[in-house]
Design a binder for this molecule. Sequence first.
Ligand code: DQA
Length: 145
Amino acid sequence: MKILFLNGPNLNMLGIREPDIYGRQTYAALEDTIRAACDARNVECEIFQSNHEGVLVDMIQSAYRVVDAIVINPAAYTHTSVAILDALKAVALPAVEVHLSDISAREAFRQISYAGMACEKTYAGYGFDGYIMAIDYLLDKYGKS
Ligand code: DQA
């Protein structure tokens, strides 16, 4: 099984940005966590971060017929991007939404998730573990091994 992990704007600033909300671990540590979890489960992974909406749309499109599933933390684009929603719908791959923080307990503007409308599952508020939960969900449902 091959999973594409997409991370949106400012997640490259993990460890520096609002540590009380997002924790003190760096983006490199997040990548290491995802890679280790995938290796342990015999899952192939590609991990990508961008601060640009169109680049994330391009990455989703390029996943078509190339990967088996997408795990996406669209970060701030979660709450604004119809383009990312449409791209996820276009490729129609199994997709899981992850947020480090519990967006349901935060500001009103974070209560809507456009990307989430194209995802079959959301894990929010579990920190890095949310990504591992997403992998296990996808493996359970779509695993080939
Ligand atoms: C986030 C939550 C978003 O509301 C925010 O804009 C982010 C990160 C999270 O992982 O908790 O940048 O997606």
